[in-house]
Design a protein around this ligand. Structure first.
Ligand SMILES: [Zn+2]
Ligand SMILES: [Zn+2]
Length: 144
C-alpha cells in the first residue's frame, strides 16, 4: 500500500493519499498559474476514496473557479490542497508540492503550454543553487 502524506504550509491541514498517484502533469493554464502564484501547478489525480484529511478539515475552504471545478485551499496559509472536478466526483487533483515523502511519482507531461507565461524557463536552463542564493538574487544588497 502506497501512503503519501501531505500538509499545507502552516500545518493546519494534514492529509494522506493511501493509494497510487496518477499521471503527474505540470499545468501552465492561467487558472493554475493564478491559484499557485507560480509559473505552473504540478497536479495528479488520485481516487477521492484514497484521499483522507487527517487534521484541519475546518481550515479547508473551497473556491469554484469554473462551472465544473472546485479548488480547495487552506484558509489560514493559502496553500492549495486539491482540485475537485464536479463531473468526476471520484477524483481529487492533488497539488504535488504539498506532499512530503512517500514514493516519488514521475512527471510525464506539461499541459496548457500555450498559456505558459513568456518568462517561464525550465529550471535546468537557469543558474543553480542548492540552497540560499546570494542576496542580490532577491533584489537587495546584503547588510554592510
Ligand atoms: Zn495552512
Ligand atoms: Zn491548470
Amino acid at each position: 500500500m502506497e501512503v503519501h502524506p501531505g500538509s499545507c504550509l502552516c500545518g493546519s491541514v494534514r492529509f494522506e493519499v493511501r493509494g497510487p498517484i496518477g499521471p503527474v502533469v505540470y499545468c501552465h493554464c492561467s487558472m493554475c498559474r493564478r491559484a499557485s502564484g507560480s509559473a505552473f501547478a504540478v497536479n495528479a489525480s488520485v481516487q477521492a476514496s484514497d484521499f483522507r484529511v487527517l487534521a484541519g478539515e475546518d481550515a479547508i475552504s473551497e473556491y469554484r473557479s469554473s462551472p465544473d471545478y472546485v479548488r480547495a485551499f487552506c484558509s489560514r496559509c493559502g496553500s492549495p490542497i486539491y482540485g475537485r472536478p464536479l463531473s468526476f466526483p471520484s477524483l481529487r487533483r492533488v497539488r504535488l508540492g504539498t506532499l512530503e515523502g512517500g514514493r516519488e511519482p514521475t512527471p510525464c507531461a506539461a499541459v496548457w503550454t500555450r498559456s505558459a507565461t513568456p518568462w517561464y524557463r525550465d529550471s535546468g536552463a537557469l543558474e543553480q543553487f542548492e540552497e540560499e542564493p546570494p542576496a542580490r538574487y532577491y533584489g537587495f544588497e546584503p547588510p554592510p
